[in-house]
Write a protein that binds this ligand. Structure first.
Ligand code: AMP
Ligand code: MG
Length: 404
């Protein structure tokens, strides 16, 4: 048996980083930028008001107070999107809205809260400093600044920044397309009747959902029967994908064809990985396409995806952090295990007063789906551990943000 680390390291060594493509800005969300982006403009592009109020000359109101307010003549109103025609000269002011360009002559803005308008005049009850409430041209970004670098992840703020510098299209690493093939004579799709002896193809959907959540595009390739011909034909349909996942057919049962076929078609490695669930795992390349032969049990396939396929998708997508966030949680019950493999137990996780607490999400059978459906994370118990007592700490891989 090999360790989880050895298996992952071997796999990542064979998975390429995909090439970049030009795409529309909103198609780049959560992808990795593949160019340095230089601003074509100053941001803001002109000096403007940070407040609603009055554009003034600070020296005019340096001695003003609530009891003896200075009165200025209001010569114009300027809204955002327009440019004042008049100039602010000593003794005058221009009423101004947030985002409107600073009028000529003015050096500061008095907030409307500190003024009292009276026909074409305004009384100012507090002094301002020169420059107060003014946002200067280029104070956020200067033209020719490199605002984002190749390798940056494009989340909402980066997308906004790209829009602000005028980039409707950007170069980003392509999203991987991941083929998903189910195997098994017993497996039927959702539109087929559930005849005696059959089960529904849930793995195809849970895996497709995991692929989407990892930022890739699933290509569902259907169900192959447990015959060499059918598995060969249907794997053949998936080799255009950037990687291929099969589920089922990698354990030792007589009808486990995937193993046999993968061995015949490509360079495959079959492993017993020292983990539970998910011990049987096949990996290799068929015509250069990485193929992951995941186990058929619903929880095993999901846990194996988490440990090996998700990091591979992230590598292909140009990400550098490949694993899940791991936290230390206090166990709320005693847990026993055999001292052989690493366990990934489905756990409910809560955070109280800044401390994480974990308890098992029901029974841990790898054929079950409901426990993992109520889990927030995978409790990672080391190979050599035999029991962990309530109150002790253990590592948890978080499967989603806990606010969900
Ligand atoms: P196998 O690895 O093919 O021996 O399958 C192990 C277990 O997982 C069996 O009980 C299968 O019926 C079940 N299984 C296999 N494929 C799927 C699937 N696509 N969806 C749900 N369960 C499956
Ligand atoms: Mg099978």
């Amino acid at each position: 048996m090999i360790s989880v680390e050895e298996a992952l390291e071997t796999i990542l060594g064979k998975v390429p980083i995909l090439e970049a493509e030009e795409c529309d800005l909103l198609d780049a969300v959560d992808r990795v930028l593949a160019e340095d982006v230089v601003s074509d403009t100053d941001i803001p592009p002109f000096d403007n008001s940070a407040m609603d109020g009055y554009a003034v000359i600070a020296a005019d109101v340096s001695d003003t107070s609530e009891s003896e307010p200075v009165e200025l003549v209001v010569v114009e109103d300027v809204a955002a999107g327009y440019v004042a025609e008049a100039e602010v000269t000593p003794g005058t002011a221009i009423r101004i809205m947030t985002g409107a360009p600073m009028p000529r002559g003015a050096d500061s803005v008095v907030m409307v809260e500190y003024t009292q308008a009276n026909e074409d005049k305004v009384r100012v009850s507090r002094p301002v400093k020169a420059g107060e409430n003014v946002r200067y041209r280029g104070e956020d970004v200067s033209a020719k600044d490199t605002v984002l670098k190749s390798g940056d992840v494009l989340r909402a703020a980066q997308i906004g920044l790209l829009a602000a510098v005028g980039r409707a299209r950007v170069k980003a690493i392509r999203r991987p397309v991941i083929g998903i093939l189910s195997t098994g004579d017993e497996v039927v799709d959702l539109d087929a009747p559930l005849a005696p002896g059959k089960i529904r193809n849930s793995n195809s959907y849970s895996l497709a959902a995991q692929v989407i959540a990892a930022g890739a595009i699933p290509a569902r390739l259907g169900i192959a029967l447990d015959t060499e011909e059918d598995v060969v034909a249907k794997i053949g349909n998936g080799l255009e994908c950037d990687a291929l996942i099969t589920t089922g057919g990698v354990s030792v049962g007589d009808y486990d064809m995937v193993k046999i076929v993968l061995e015949r078609l490509g360079k495959m490695v079959f492993w017993k990985v020292a983990m539970r669930p998910g011990q049987p795992l096949a990996f290799g390349l068929i015509s250069g396409t990485p193929v992951f032969g995941l186990p058929g049990n619903p929880t095993s396939s999901m846990v194996s995806f988490e440990q090996f396929v998700r990091p591979s998708i992230r590598k292909m997508s140009g990400r550098t952090g490949l694993g899940r966030v791991e936290v230390e949680a206090i166990l709320e019950e005693d847990i026993k295990k055999k001292p052989d493999r690493r366990y990934f137990m489905r756990a409910v996780v809560e955070q109280r007063d800044g401390v994480y607490y974990a308890q098992l999400a029901g029974p841990q059978g790898s054929g079950m789906l409901r426990p993992i459906a109520s889990a927030d994370g995978l409790l990672v118990l080391p190979e050599d551990a035999t029991q962990i007592k309530a109150g002790e700490k253990a590592t948890v891989q978080l499967l989603h943000p806990l606010e969900d």
